[in-house]
Each structure stands twice: as C-alpha cells, then as structure tokens.
Design a protein around this ligand. Structure first.
Ligand code: ADP
Ligand code: MG
Length: 334
C-alpha cells in the first residue's frame, strides 16, 4: 500500500477533506479556522448526534476504507432519521495509525458520496495519530413540535418496523467465518453491513404521524425496550410478523428470529403510531418504497412479550448488543 510518510495532518485535511466543501449557504465559515461558523435556522431546533467506529469492534481489519467512510456517516444519519431531523452539517474526528493515502482516498470518497446525497457539508473536525478510530458528529434541524422521541408511545399504538431485520447480524456472521452462506459472499456481506438503508426521508415524513421512534442499531428487542422504558409502557409483538431479511432463508426460523431480534446494525426504524394512521402509513411506505410492517401493539403493563403464533413466549437468548458485555458487535456465533 502506498504510504506518504511526509504527509502531515494539514496535508491530510487539504488533500482529502477540504476539496469537497459542499454548497450550503448556512456554512458561513467551514474547515480551516479554529471553529466553523454556522447559521442555524431561527424556527427549528438543532438535532445533534455523535458516533464512533472502532477497529475490531465495529469493523474488521480488511474492511474496505470506502465502506467505513460510508458507515461513519450512515450510523449518525440513522440517529437523525429516528427523530425526524433533516441532516445538514458534519464534524469528523479521525485518529489514524499512519497517513495512508490509499485508505484516506477510499474513506473520504465513501463519506462524501453519502454526504452529497443528503446535501451535508463537512464543516470541521480533528486529525491525530493513534489507534484507528473514527468519530462523527452530525447536526440537523427539526421543527420543535415535530420531534420523534423514545418517551412518547401510548397504550393502543401499533408498533412498526421499516424494511427487513437481521441483515447486519447475518453479514457479520459471514465476515467472521461463523457461517458459510450459499447466497451471501463476503462482498455482499460488506455491502449489507456497511451500507445500511437510509431512513431520513421516512423519518421526516413520520414527524406528524408517529407517536415515538428509535433506530434499530442494537437489535429490535433491546431498542424497542428503550421506547417501552422511556414511555413507561409495555408491548406484545409477534414473531410471525417480524420482517425477516430475504437473505435468511438458509437459516432455521429460530436462528433467523434470533438475528432479527437480538443482533444489531440493521439501522431500520422502529416506531409507534395510533391505529387511525394505518392507511396513511401504508401510503407513505409505497411512496417511499420503504416497507412498514406492524409487528405488535403498545400496552399498559410494563414488559416486552414476544409471542409465537401458538401463543408461546419466544425464547431469545441474546438481548442486544452491549459494549461492555460483547467483544465484536453481534459476534456470537450462530
Ligand atoms: P485546531 O488545532 O485549532 O483545533 P486543527 O489545526 O486541528 O485546528 O484543524 C484545522 C482545521 O481543519 C479546523 O477547521 C478543523 O475543524 C479542520 N479539520 C481537522 N481535521 C479534520 C477532519 N478530519 N475533517 C474535517 N475537518 C478537519
Ligand atoms: Mg485552534
């Protein structure tokens, strides 16, 4: 791999991150000074989210740099989507073991390809040497009365999931050689794990419809539980209604459900809405080509009941990713 030892942090910034300035008029001063100066809208709240990607925890050593660049932004986009926010400005903190031009070219092209799609400007960051670590802070806007929170689900609401679940968990199993798939090679697995769907448009469309929302980054069971805890409600969901990834046909139903419920990195939305919105939500799902499936209902008594078709309680051994309990995200073998 080509290495340019003389490339210092300022060369890295100007070569790979300054070129693509974005074209937002609300960036009064972008990369180059001690701070960025941004013109926040008068009538909207700022929504801010930070995420970190760490080698051997969020990605493996052979992950293409472009894929890491895409995912560094995609995970933060997912947080903004879950609250109904519109993304605008990005900060990037990069800690690199060495100035590897090829890696930086791949990483920045992945990052900017996604940023351009959403008219996001990179407005600043930090670059230093050390163990590989990538941290992004994404800022966006949201009208104050339309924020989608975790704490506002009500008994009687339907519970929805967008897209399909289990892709992230299955892809990691393939990449770790824990599972040899007949339909999913490692390139496709990287595609699934590092290029999750973006639900920004769906989040914005749900601002006036959903009662609560969260993005599914640590597994449906764990993430839905956050809505239940914060809203002080309970729920019943049905395993037969969970939208399983089409790539999971090779697995047993039990394995597929364990991945869909218990593994993370799907970046779909889980949201709640009153039953009066069923038709409106299905219209939206069609317009946006984003399937929205009802998987159960919010109830008054606390607790999450996961039921099979014959009314039995589904036994879920893994209850979601937890940074201080697990080695690599979703790395429990099938
Ligand atoms: P300071 O030392 O004052 O914090 P730096 O010299 O570290 O500033 O950075 C110079 C400029 O480059 C700043 O505007 C900073 O926001 C920006 N910057 C540094 N690293 C990155 C990066 N990885 N991506 C985007 N902008 C960056
Ligand atoms: Mg300074």
């Amino acid at each position: 791999m080509e290495k340019i030892p003389q490339m210092d942090e300022f060369t890295i910034i100007s070569e790979f991150f300054l070129k693509n300035k974005g074209k937002r008029p609300d960036v009064l001063l972008g990369i180059g000074d001690d701070c960025a100066l941004l013109q926040a809208p008068n009538t909207q709240n700022l929504a801010i989210s930070n995420d970190t990607l760490i080698l051997n925890r969020h990605f493996l050593p052979n992950t293409p740099a472009q894929a890491i660049g895409n995912k560094a932004l995609a995970v933060s986009l997912s947080d903004l989507a879950s609250m109904g926010a519109e993304p605008a400005w990005l900060m990037l903190s990069l800690t690199l073991p060495e100035a590897d031009a090829q890696w930086l070219a791949g990483f920045s092209s992945g990052l900017f390809a996604l940023a351009d799609q959403y008219n996001i400007s990179l407005v600043g960051g930090n670059t230093s040497q050390g163990p590989l670590n990538i941290s992004t802070t994404l800022l966006g806007f949201i009208p104050p009365h339309n924020v989608l929170r975790r704490s506002t689900a009500n008994p009687g609401d339907d519970i929805y999931v967008t897209g399909f679940l289990g892709n992230g968990g299955l892809a990691l199993q393939v990449l770790l050689d824990n599972f040899s798939s007949k339909t999913l090679d490692k390139n496709q697995a990287n595609q699934l794990l590092f290029y999750p769907p973006s639900r920004i448009k769906m989040g914005i469309a749900l601002r006036t419809i959903a009662s609560a929302a969260i993005d599914i980054s640590d597994g449906l069971a764990a993430d839905l539980q956050h809505i239940l805890d914060q809203s002080k409600v309970g729920a019943t969901i049905f395993t037969s209604k969970i939208p399983l990834s089409p790539f999971m046909k090779e697995l047993s139903n039990q394995q597929a459900l364990e991945l869909a419920l218990g593994s993370g990195d799907d970046y779909e939305l889980c949201f709640t809405a009153q039953p009066i919105y069923r038709e409106a939500i299905q219209d939206l799902a069609k317009q946006q080509a984003c399937p929205c499936k009802i998987i159960g209902q919010i109830e008054t008594p606390a607790g999450l009941n996961i039921l099979t078709d014959d009314g039995k309680v589904f036994d879920l051994p893994i209850t979601g990713y937890n940074h201080f309990n697990s080695r690599m995200k979703n790395s429990e073998p099938l």
